[in-house]
Design a protein around this ligand. Sequence first.
Ligand code: BGC
Length: 746
Amino acid sequence: MFFCIVVLISFNGWAQLSKDGNVSNIAQLLKDMTIEEKVGQMTQINLDVICEGEIYKLVEPHHIQQSKLDEAIVKWHVGSVLNCGGHAYPVDQWHQIIRSIERTVQEKSRTKIPVLYGIDAIHGANYVMGSTLFPQQLAQAATFHPALIQQVAGITALETRAVGIPWNFSPVLDVGRNPAWSRFFETYGEDPYVCSVMGRGAIEGYQGENATKIDDQHVAACMKHFLGYSGARTGKDRTPAYLSDIQLREIYMPSFQAAIDAGAMTVMINSGEINGIPVHANPKILVDLLRNEMHFNGMAVTDWEDVIKLVKVHHVAVDLKEAVYQAVMAGIDMCMVPNDYDFTRLLIELVKEGRITEQRLDQSVARILQLKMSVSKISDATAVGLNDKIGCEEHIKVAQQVVAESVTLLQNKDNILPLKKEAKIMVTGPAAHSLILMNGAWSRTWQGVDTTWEDHSKMTIVEGLRSIGGKNVAYRKGCELNSYKKDEKWLKSLQKMDVIIACVGELPSTEKPGDIDDLSLERAQIKFVNDLIKTGKPVVLVLLENRPRLIEPIADQCAAIIMAYQPGDNAGEVLAKILYGEINPSGKLPFTYPRFNQSLLTYDHKHSEALDQKFGENAYQPQWPFGFGLSYSQLVYKNLKVSRSSNATEQPTWTVSVEVENKSDRPALETVILYLHDQVASVTPSVRKVKRFEKKMVPAKGVVVYEFVLGTDDLSFIGRSVKPEIEGGVWDVYVGDLKAQIEYQP
Ligand code: BGC
């Protein structure tokens, strides 16, 4: 009898809670839950665990094995499932998976608390067959168009929600400070302000207007990976970072703070270590910083196997039980275990032994329940009826706009570009006819290298060029990614051509498989391009890469160079339109393109780093600087003006204006970037820092005024107190080649 009453109360508990959304009812529900049920909510398992077959070797076509699902839901009370079983699924298959889980919860779980499904939909709903693939985040940043990034995230949310998944492990808010990092392409580039603005756009796009309630067209976002993941000293994935408190706040925190302020609901923890302490075991980062200083109230999930890694990789815990203790006490809410129930079992033991209190569990479970409450239709996730939106024409157009606005023209000697339609073109190189190289990692599969999943209705670069240039476009691969055999006869035959387009790059990869020992472009490809250059014909280099691979030995001899990033499989035609001049390129580098392996400076380096061997300040000699990007139009910046607000009783503001004149007959989209340089400060100032940017259309032969308003906050920096400080002085204002000044005494 007693048992029946409990069943009734608990069942009503969730039903009532999800209906009226009354947060105070969470406390009541927690009272009705057992320790096992609470720990289950904190457990996230990989889809493989509940599918037929072995983990990582599932039976095709992947499907749920009911006995395994029962074990997860009934025995372990699992609160969350993630991932696909190794490759993307069509919408129906996703629906079957999600419905099986929902049905099992409804029919067999005591609490009936829905399972929260999470996925990496990081450049579109990349694990849904037929979904719209957008350019990767780095390319998205090159648009300098946050409203467009918001639209991308909105579409990704819609296409993810269409299959019944309401939680997305995106965006990456790690600032790309080391170009060698295997996840560089997943970042919004090297600047904290750009990452903040773009990240905010993504959060708003994923979660929608209402930051407290996710409607059925949106998903809960997950900021990742908190904190300092991208700051690894060697640039190799998940290796140690050594970061000062000032650096953390100046460089790595702003993008997360902006996302928290925009209402980001969840966060994923950095798998690495900072100053010798794994972040998953560090309450200073997970509680003092994230909760107390940054006021994050949402839910914190570990990254993949990161509790296990406290034992196996980091060696800070003697066994798994100790690792579970450390991570839970450090402040994680949910553990992406993800391939067994050891975390669950050991955490139950720790609570029963009294080492971890039930109150500690309640803290995390309350956050998890709050999140589940905030996601509408979570118990009926496949009923949203958005199937026909997946990969629809309207979405593809947005993807193409992102390509058009991100592709960055880095060099264009003698205006070799745009190409003439009648020009005879040889398109060559390992990236010329490859959809996987266009897509990059996280495309239908994790590493994105399996060609089985390519969508052959999409155009490669060659196909795109042929759609405009027709028979004038010839193709030959000419070279593999890392091997090249010279073919003298073919090289000689290139004399018949007017232009050679060499598409080079690297095999998609991410995380550990993407570690490299040398940032240079593979030697085979360098040799190949050198041979093309020796033909004397103009070579247009097109780069498709995970990160800026060094091309110093060939760059100067190329006639034109285009950074295509990893533009996704909707890019073939757009790239061709850019090359033929139907689209005027407007992307700008959101990072510094380095020239040499030992000079990986970011644009906001310190003055001492700029000192060269002759004691001049010229050591920053990248291949191309941050913010660089050419247009087919001739654009001139002029009349930089700064005016200070006159109201003496209020904090001053400064209005900075600049005119951009388009001297050509082609309209141009132009991003203007405003930098400040603090001339003297008690913590060594950077040579410059981005404070604002804006992209506008400058009509042919027209002049457009860009206006930015700066406040005293823009003059602050993280001082010796490890807090924002403002000191009086003089700031240089840089816009293009123009310079002005601001003076201020607090
Ligand atoms: C990655 C995360 C990702 C997670 C789930 C991890 O290996 O670091 O970025 O969200 O896997 O797929």
